[in-house]
Every structure is written in structure tokens, then in C-alpha cells.
Design a binder for this molecule. Structure first.
Ligand SMILES: Cc1cc2nc3c(=O)[nH]c(=O)nc-3n(C[C@H](O)[C@H](O)[C@H](O)COP(=O)(O)O)c2cc1C
Length: 326
């Protein structure tokens, strides 16, 4: 089972999976990418920032914007607004952020499966593209509802469901419960994508064995490390391709990814400040020798070209010093 290739998804992550990063992840082996969650209330009010989050590019196919909201009529209107450009629309029932859950959106909706079903049904009624959903196991107060939600949404006609094996209450603590994902896999016929705690080939293998899922979604393991997709495919023998960075040295791969991210970022955002750049600079250098000293200077930089160059030089110096040691 585990040795059979399945699609690898880059998880939607607010503040991380901007378009440049999604394209980079695809070049690194991700099969499917999804935008960060975007508020239906913002999109229906034609808020510029919300619409920037659902920008795509012909290189990103299928294009899957993820939306969330607590008001069904706004969700329906958002589906209508997005479906010209989207190949699939994903609905988020997994966000644990108090700001979102207070408005009865995200994972908070899992406390009331009837409302989830009513919302998705209304979206499906107008949708001309497939609808998928991403859920957690439940809220963590009371019995978990993901299994019931999956069954009922399958009957309504959703195309696929992604399950993060944690509850709302758990947020990101503890371990993802892959066993509960398996119960959902066994209960429905639509593809179930397993999510939570996959970071490499070993965890991908275990997750696929334990869940029997039709695909795996990777979040935190891909932050600053988009090469994880290539590494999993290479280590599991799913793909035997020379990666674009053409070296097994992780530092070389990281430098290639950083430079490619800067290139894509400049191409896509041109003169606009990429607000995620600093965050990516931190995650691309996390845990590397001397990185914290370099990052002190990073925070005072307001020019993105300089910031990009500083990280590039740091990574180049690192490769040179490793070469000296080796
Ligand atoms: C910084 C960050 C932002 C996230 N933003 C979103 C989001 O916009 N939409 C969503 O469905 N999940 C979001 N998530 C949850 C991830 O998609 C994923 O479900 C979770 O991180 C578990 O997977 P992992 O163990 O591979 O990280 C976010 C997670 C992180 C760490």
C-alpha cells in the first residue's frame, strides 16, 4: 500500500503558502496546492487583500482556492464569484483560530454537522466546479463529528475530503490520530486525504499504512523545506528524477529553493513588498549554524532585494564552509 504512489498535497497555510511558494512547492514535487484560507466575507465585499490571496497562475493547475465563513449566503456568493477562475473550491472546517471560531466558522462549525451540511449543500447547488472540504476530527468538546460529516457530505456530492487528525481543542498539540482518519477512509468512497505530522518518507509511509488514505497533505514539514515532496518521492521510489537543484546536499537544495522563491516572488509581485518574505527567510534558515545571528539583521531590513541577497549570501557561505569541512 505505502509503496504505491499517491498525490502529495501542500497544506494550505496562512502567511506561508502564497502563490510564489505554491509554485515553488510544485517545482519541488508537490502534486496539489491550495491557497491559504480566505474569508468569504472579504471576497464578497471585494476586499483587495482577500482577492490577492486567491490569485493564481497558469502553472498552478488545478487551482484550488480555500474559503471559509459562518454565513451560508456569503459562502454561496463566494463560490459564484470564484468559479470562473477555480478548478476546485475547498471549504475550510478546520481552522482553530479563536477569531474565526467566535464567528462560528472554521472548525467551530464541526459542533453542528447539520449546519456544515446545510452550508455545503447550498454551495454545491450553485457550484459548477467540484467542491472539497478540509476538516479536523471534531471540536474536542463532545464526540468527534468528522466521520458523520464525511458520510453526509459524500452523499451531498463533495469530491474529496481532507482530514487533519486533531480536534479544534488540540490545535497543534499532541499527535495526529491517524486511526480516526482510517475510520473515515473505511466509511466513505470518495478520496480521503490524510493530514497531520507527516514530515518525511518514514512518516508518509506510516501514515499511508495506518490510514489507507488516497493522498497525504503536508503542512509544517514543508515550511522552509519545500524539498520534502521530492525527498518523499525519491525515498519511496515513486519518482526517479534528478531534481532541479541536482545535488543531494540539503544546503545546495535549500539555496536553490531560496533563489527560486525570490525569482518567482519578483516575477509575481514585482515591485510590491512580499509580506511573507521575512517569514520565509526565517524558516529557510531555521536551525542552521549562525542563522540566529544573521536573523538579527534581517528584522531591521525593509528592502526586499537586500533581504533576499543577505539570505542568499548566508546560504552560500554555509555551503562554502561545509565544503571546507568535508
Ligand atoms: C502557519 C499555519 C497556517 C495554517 N493555515 C491554514 C489555512 O489557511 N487553512 C487550513 O485549512 N489549514 C491551515 N493550517 C493547518 C494546516 O493546513 C494543517 O492542517 C496542519 O498544519 C496539520 O498538518 P501538519 O502536521 O503537516 O502541519 C495552518 C497551519 C499552520 C502551521
Amino acid at each position: 500500500m505505502s509503496n504505491q504512489a499517491v498525490p502529495l498535497f501542500l497544506a494550505p497555510m496562512a502567511g506561508v503558502t502564497d502563490l510564489a511558494y505554491r509554485l515553488l512547492a510544485r517545482e519541488c514535487g508537490a502534486d496539489v496546492t491550495v491557497t491559504e484560507f480566505t474569508a468569504a466575507s472579504g471576497l464578497t465585499r471585494h476586499n483587495t487583500n482577500s482577492w490577492l490571496k486567491v490569485e493564481s497562475d497558469p502553472r498552478e493547475r488545478p487551482f484550488i482556492p480555500q474559503i471559509f465563513g459562518g454565513i451560508t449566503s456569503e459562502m454561496v456568493e463566494t463560490v459564484e464569484l470564484l468559479q470562473d477562475r477555480a478548478d476546485v473550491i475547498d471549504i475550510n472546517f478546520g481552522c482553530p483560530a479563536p477569531k474565526i471560531c467566535r464567528n462560528d466558522a472554521g472548525a467551530a462549525l464541526l459542533r453542528d454537522p447539520d449546519r456544515v451540511v446545510e452550508m455545503v449543500q447550498a454551495c454545491l447547488d450553485v457550484a459548477e466546479v467540484p467542491i472539497t472540504v478540509k476538516v479536523r476530527l471534531g471540536t474536542g468538546s463532545g464526540p468527534n463529528t468528522a466521520l458523520e460529516v464525511a458520510r453526509r457530505l459524500e452523499a451531498e456530492g463533495i469530491e474529496r475530503i481532507c482530514v487533519h487528525g486533531r480536534t479544534l481543542r488540540q490545535r497543534y498539540s499532541g499527535e495526529a490520530d491517524w486511526q480516526q482518519i482510517r475510520e473515515i477512509v473505511e466509511a466513505v468512497d470518495i478520496p480521503v486525504i490524510a493530514n497531520g505530522d507527516v514530515t518525511d518518507a518514514a512518516t508518509a509511509t506510516r501514515c499511508l499504512e495506518e490510514t489507507g488514505a488516497a493522498g497525504v497533505m503536508i503542512g509544517r514539514g514543508a515550511i522552509g523545506r519545500p524539498t520534502v515532496f521530492h525527498e518523499i518521492k525519491r525515498d519511496l521510489g515513486w519518482r526517479n528524477q534528478v531534481p532541479p537543484w541536482s545535488s543531494d546536499d540539503p544546503a545546495v537544495a535549500r539555496l536553490w529553493c531560496w533563489e527560486r522563491y525570490l525569482e518567482l516572488s519578483e516575477e509575481l509581485y514585482s515591485q510590491q513588498m512580499n509580506k511573507n518574505l521575512k517569514r520565509h527567510a526565517v524558516s529557510f534558515t531555521k536551525g542552521l549554524p549562525g542563522a540566529s545571528a544573521m536573523r538579527v539583521n534581517l528584522h531591521s531590513m525593509h528592502n526586499q532585494t537586500e533581504l533576499g541577497n543577505m539570505v542568499t549570501s548566508y546560504l552560500e557561505r554555509l555551503i562554502d564552509s561545509e565544503a571546507l569541512v568535508a
